[in-house]
Ligand binder design. Sequence first.
Ligand code: PMP
Length: 368
Amino acid sequence: MIGDDVRLADLPLREDLRGKNPYGAPQIDVSVRVNTNENPHPPSPALQADLARSVAAAAAELNRYPDRDAVVLRTELANYLQRSTGVPLDARNVWAANGSNEILLQILQAFGGPARRALGFEPSYSMHPIIASGTRTEWLACPRRGDFGVDVAGAVAAIDQQRPDVLFLTTPNNPTGGALTPDDLRALLSAAPGMVVVDEAYAEFSTVPSAVELLGEFGDRLIVSRTMSKAFAFAGGRLGYLAAAPAVVDALQLVRLPYHLSSLTQAAALAALRHADDTLATVRRLVAERERMAEALRAMGLSVVDSQANFLLVGGFADQGAAWQHFLDAGILVRDVGIAGHLRISIGLAPENDEVLRVAAELAGTPD
Ligand code: PMP
């Protein structure tokens, strides 16, 4: 094949990217895929039909560039956030992009970059340091406690000492599932000298109040990042967004590519938002399944971190790599996030969860 003789090591790649690994959750076609925290419920037939009609209407105008500022979509996202948090927001408080990964990228393009530093509490979402690296933002990793919570007093001391330009707080945290309380957030926001990104990709699964409620108090530094990939069952649609002061949105306009959100994406996301109530009803079912799973796994003698998200971090596997393979051999794809003895398992449909429990029982050596 043309180009097969060209090796990555021979390309004039930036020195700081040499030897790095890309984000790489395996995409393997098995019957139970519980490795990327998607919503296992497909979009409702009504949403699928609405989306097809909306995309067809957008197709008639594909010769034109999309609304560069996605104003209608941002208005609807602001309405949704206002409905769910009670905080008054309008389109100027909201920015949208292709997945929250692109939101995070734009934030670091604007507020990070060469000679700037971002700090996060690990283990956390693996893309935070990867996006930092891509934007040449130095990444500072602070460890979480043994129980995977954030030691807030220690975190405040680390922030005071390191003075990061951007602070990442993930709540509920991926891959561990725990959430920061508003008081924790207040303490961390008060200590932060720079921008604070609260990554709330899993907010809808949590009973802990959203950081959106703190925007009135900390608007000069707080950015709340959200996604439609999880609760909204829209991972394939690629739509992430943020809530912040309008000036933050102005800052991101300096780095965003023009017309970054296609008219097809905007039309599809608007259709998904029109069916929000229906889709979000699946969240309650997933939370009930999460609690059922946690209890069953604990009864097997496995350890389960309390989760406010749509996944569980499960410990007690003698060798998590071998356990991952055992699940895969049974047709179940879970996630090895590199924490010794642990695997992360997304909550699936009830029959999928039953399968997970059956195989987990084999690994735990206890009858199901
Ligand atoms: N933040 C967190 C904490 C996540 O777990 C994920 C997805 N796994 C994302 C952001 C990015 O999701 P997306 O780009 O699909 O919005």
